[in-house]
Design a protein around this ligand. Structure first.
Ligand code: ATP
Ligand code: MG
Length: 394
């Protein structure tokens, strides 16, 4: 019996109008993920089937693809005789531990005798007759037996391993992730990717105040995200001059408010350049002075593009748990300062005043500084395999 992989979709079935687009995208994403392996994919509205000679490797990689609800290993039977199918199923379940079960049959071969329900009943009866103390239930069963009768063969499969859920990457458009070396922003990026958003990242660097090690953290975080996103482009903005000007000309307690408005405005321009629909960041309500609701409102006032904050209602411990799960935590806690931490005043304003902000903003020629910073940005392409990293200037 040949093994095959059966993929069940997550949430796709609700997308009646554009289900084909979702499935095509999922197939492309899986194809990219399995690059270099020998495999073939077929699909219909119910599930995707992968045939491969590298079962273990494919199973591992599928666990990094969004849009998958469950991954099952199935068996391909070339003989469609019902008695043979029944006996093969008995053979396949003999080592499985279960008390309750359910048989579900799908008959893609419409000429096959009997309805799906009749065939399921017959297989179920056969299992009951040849096992001890098993019970058939319709829901919450220990063992699901799926039988799919196709034109030329039959698939039999059981409960699988959970997929990542979410939507296939790119199906919901593009977002620009403000990626610092901290704990929150990579988690925010992961959550956005999970909802089908393809991300590019922007990082504000302040050499010589921040080190190459700080940027290496960001690259390593982007590499973790590239497992799910595919290659992650990082737009690196030299933020030094802007920070120094703010520091020189604007009262210290407004420094963070101003810095963050500058970051937002530059991010908005870069987002429009790359056709991103939203900015994504790791802000979390109340975490620091710039993340009170009043601060967020005043900072957000300078741009029109929506800002998505996937972790804004999470507790820090919840964010950390997710960071550990996606393996970014140990990178994020490496001790290199980033541009926000080095200039932080002791008492940043918690309830900034928008009128004052507008007054202070007149003291610096931000337009020219933004233009320069965006023009000289460097772009890095970070992939799962660092040999494929690319650096360029646009
Ligand atoms: P994180 O929030 O990722 O743990 P952090 O705590 O250092 O990092 P905050 O000061 O909380 O960052 O900033 C809030 C958000 O602003 C970050 O989550 C990130 O999205 C963005 N941000 C902060 N600093 C930078 C930077 N140097 N480059 C890009 N984005 C940044
Ligand atoms: Mg934070």
């Amino acid at each position: 019996m040949e093994k095959v992989i059966i993929i069940k979709y997550a949430e796709l079935s609700t997308k009646n109008d554009n289900i084909n687009f979702f499935l095509r995208t999922l197939k492309n994403n899986i194809t990219n993920k399995l690059e270099g392996l020998d495999f073939s994919i077929t699909y219909d509205y119910g599930r995707m089937v992968i045939e491969t000679s590298s079962l273990e490797l494919v199973l591992n990689r599928l666990q990094e693809v969004f849009g998958i609800h469950e991954i099952c290993v199935g068996y391909k039977l070339n003989d469609k005789d019902l008695d043979i199918i029944k006996n093969k199923i008995l053979f396949l379940i003999k080592d499985k531990t279960f008390e309750t079960f359910r048989v579900t049959v799908k008959r893609s071969d419409k000429k096959y005798p009997g309805t799906s329900v009749e065939i399921a009943k017959e297989i179920g009866a056969h299992i009951l007759k040849n096992t001890n103390n098993k019970k058939v239930l319709m829901t919450n069963v220990d063992l699901n037996v799926f039988v799919e009768i196709r034109l030329n063969d039959v698939f039999v499969y059981f409960n699988g391993i959970p997929g990542l859920g979410g939507y296939p990457i790119s199906t919901l458009g593009k977002g620009l992730l403000m990626l610092s070396g901290g704990i929150d922003s990579p988690v925010a990026g992961y959550l956005a990717i999970k909802r089908g958003v393809k991300i590019e990242a922007i990082y504000f660097d302040s050499p010589p105040h921040t080190s190459q090690m700080a940027f290496n953290k960001v690259k390593d975080l982007a590499r973790k995200l590239s497992l799910y996103n595919g290659t992650v482009k990082i737009h690196v903005i030299n933020f030094t001059k802007i920070q120094e000007e703010i520091l020189k000309k604007i009262p210290k307690y407004y420094l963070i408010t101003m810095m963050r408005r500058a970051m937002y405005q530059i991010s908005a321009i870069v987002a429009s350049k790359i056709n991103a629909h939203v900015i994504i960041n790791g802000e979390c309500i109340g975490q620091v002075a710039s993340q009170t609701l009043k601060s967020m409102k005043v900072i957000n006032e300078c741009i029109k593009i929506p800002v998505i904050r996937p972790v804004c209602t999470y507790d820090k411990l919840e964010i950390i748990a997710l960071a550990k799960k996606i393996d970014t935590y140990n990178i994020s806690i490496r001790p290199y300062a980033d541009c926000c931490t080095i200039f932080v005043p002791e008492h940043p304003v918690i309830h900034p005043d928008l009128k004052l902000v507008h007054e202070y903003e007149k003291l610096v020629d931000f337009k020219a500084l933004f233009y320069e910073a965006i023009k000289t940005r460097k772009i890095f392409e970070i992939s799962e395999n660092d040999k494929n990293d690319f650096q360029g200037i646009l």
